[in-house]
Write a protein that binds this ligand. Structure first.
Ligand SMILES: [Zn+2]
Length: 282
C-alpha cells in the first residue's frame, strides 16, 4: 500500500541538511608529528590472525599498529579496548557521527560513554584512494556490526561457531582468563577493516561487495592510550558472496606493533579523560 502523502510533502522534504556536529571543533590531531614518527618505526611485536578466528594484541600509548592483508583478500572485524578497563571500548556509533560511515587517515576511533576520547588515530591507509564507488560503497566501515551466530540462528535456524562475534569472544576469553559467558558482553560493534559496504540507493539496505584489499595493503593506527585490540579474520573472506559459513576463501590477517625510534613523539601525551563533570544536571 502506498502511503498517503501530505499536500506539503515536497516542502517538508526540501529542508537543507546540516552536519550534526561542529567537527571543526574536534581536538587538533597533529598528523604532521605522526607522519614524521611513522618514518622511524621499529617493529616490536606481531600477531598472525588465522582465518575464521581472532587474536588479541596489546599496544602501548604512542606506539603504532598496522593491520595488513597477507596471502589473499580478507576483511577483519576490529574491537579496541582501554587495556586497563575493558568497560571503556570503541564506540562505533559516535565515531560514525563524528567522522563518516567509513574511516580513513586522520579519523579516530572514539571510546564509549562516559569516556568519549580517542583510543586510536588512523595514520595511514593504503586504500584511501578508494573513496566512494558508484554504488555508494566505501571501505573500513563503521555502519555494520560484526557477523554473529544469533542472527545466523534467527535467519537460517543453524548454529555457526566461527562468526566474528564468536571469534572475538573466544579470543577475549583467552586473553583475560574469564569464562566466555562473562566476557561475551564486552564484544562490541567493530571497525570493519578492509570491508567494502554501503547502503543501497533504492531501499537503503546494508550491502557488502568484494573488498578491494590485496596482499600488501594495510591500515595503520597510533594508540592514543594503552589499548587491547581484538581482531577477527571474518569467515566472509573478501565478503564478495556470503558470510557466517565456511564457503568463502579466507586468509590470515597480520597485526604488527611498532615503536618510534627517534624523537618525533617526544612531548606527546595520551588522550585525556573526557572533562564532562557527569552531574547530568543534578
Ligand atoms: Zn565477520
Amino acid at each position: 500500500m502506498t502511503p498517503i502523502q501530505p499536500a506539503d510533502a515536497a516542502e517538508r522534504r526540501s529542508a537543507t541538511p546540516i552536519i550534526c556536529y561542529d567537527v571543526e571543533n574536534l581536538p587538533f590531531v597533529d598528523m604532521g608529528r605522526y607522519a614524521a614518527a611513522r618514518l622511524a618505526l621499529e617493529k616490536v611485536d606481531e600477531v598472525l590472525v588465522p582465518p575464521r578466528d581472532a587474536r588479541t594484541f596489546s599496544v602501548d600509548a604512542g606506539q603504532f599498529f598496522r593491520i595488513s592483508s597477507v596471502e589473499g583478500s580478507q576483511v577483519g572485524d576490529l574491537n579496541l579496548f582501554n587495556r586497563h578497563d575493558l568497560n571503556e571500548r570503541f564506540f562505533s556509533g559516535k565515531t560514525r557521527q563524528l567522522h563518516a560511515t567509513h574511516l580513513t587517515r586522520g579519523d579516530r576511533m572514539w571510546s564509549n560513554l562516559p569516556h568519549l576520547r580517542p583510543l586510536a588515530t588512523i595514520t595511514h591507509d593504503t586504500l584511501e584512494w578508494y573513496g566512494f564507488d558508484d554504488d555508494g560503497g566505501g571501505v573500513h566501515d563503521v555502519i555494520g556490526t560484526r557477523c554473529d551466530p544469533y542472527t545466523q540462528q534467527t535467519l537460517n535456524g543453524t548454529d555457526y561457531h566461527h562468526c566474528c562475534h564468536s571469534n572475538l569472544t573466544r579470543a577475549l576469553a583467552d586473553a583475560t582468563g574469564q569464562p566466555m559467558a562473562e566476557i561475551e558482553h564486552h564484544v562490541h560493534d567493530v571497525l570493519n577493516v578492509f570491508m567494502c559496504t554501503g547502503f543501497t540507493r533504492d531501499t537503503q539496505q546494508y550491502f557488502m561487495k568484494a573488498s578491494p584489499v590485496r596482499p600488501g595493503d594495510f591500515i595503520e593506527f597510533v594508540a592514543e592510550i594503552d589499548v587491547l585490540g581484538n581482531l577477527s579474520a571474518c569467515p566472509g573472506g573478501d565478503c564478495s558472496a556470503s558470510h557466517s559459513d565456511d564457503d568463502a576463501a579466507c586468509y590470515p590477517l597480520l597485526v604488527e606493533v611498532f615503536q618510534c625510534t627517534d624523537d618525533s613523539m617526544s612531548g606527546w601525551a595520551p588522550s585525556a579523560p573526557n572533562e564532562y563533570d557527569r552531574s547530568h544536571g543534578r
